[in-house]
Design a protein. Structure first.
Ligand code: HEC
Length: 139
């Protein structure tokens, strides 16, 4: 696909998802016009979730089947989600209205409070070690 078409498709997906208003992703649209507007300081509300409960939910809702038990992802089934998931608003939007292979989860199936717990779980996963700290990679 040509890059310009790809961008249009992406913009359309964002618009359909209602993303233009609150999306951190949507903020990048401004650069297309050449005008650099400062990103509004509306950090997505950091939900206060329970990471332990989130781990159970990540399993019981079946997220782990595609994204791995640690949210580590797999090239075959689903992308990495942890330890730095998308901003909460974007993550929620994607789970509710995915645009690719992933099945949608409505708020009736997975309430926002459960997503907040899952989010806390994803964020609680350990960071990978710095590349510099792995001797084998320095040779
Ligand atoms: C059947 C496999 C499958 C299941 C189950 C699944 N996902 Fe996904 N998920 C995917 C795939 C594949 C993608 C990549 C985009 C696409 O094709 O939709 C994705 C993308 C995502 C993304 C966007 C990641 C990014 O960086 O853009 C999030 C967030 C996400 N999934 C969260 C979840 C959560 C939370 C659950 C459980 C409630 C879940 N997924 C269950 C397959 C799955």
């Amino acid at each position: 696909m040509q890059p310009s078409k790809c961008f249009l498709l992406f913009a359309l997906v964002l618009a359909l998802a209602g993303g233009a208003t609150s999306a951190p992703l949507g903020a990048q649209d401004q650069t297309a016009s050449g005008v650099q507007k400062p990103t509004p300081a509306q950090a997505p509300v950091a939900p206060t979730g329970n990471a332990q409960k989130g781990q159970q939910l990540f399993t019981s809702y079946g997220c782990y089947q595609c994204h791995g038990r640690e949210g580590q992802g797999s090239t075959a089934t689903g992308p990495r989600l942890a330890p730095r998931p998308l901003p909460f608003a974007a993550l929620t939007r994607y789970v509710r209205q995915p645009s690719g292979q992933m099945p949608p989860y409505t708020s009736r199936v997975v309430p926002d409070t459960d997503l907040a717990d899952i989010y806390a779980f994803l964020q609680s996963r350990p960071q990978p070690p710095a590349v510099d700290s792995i001797p084998l990679l320095k040779q």
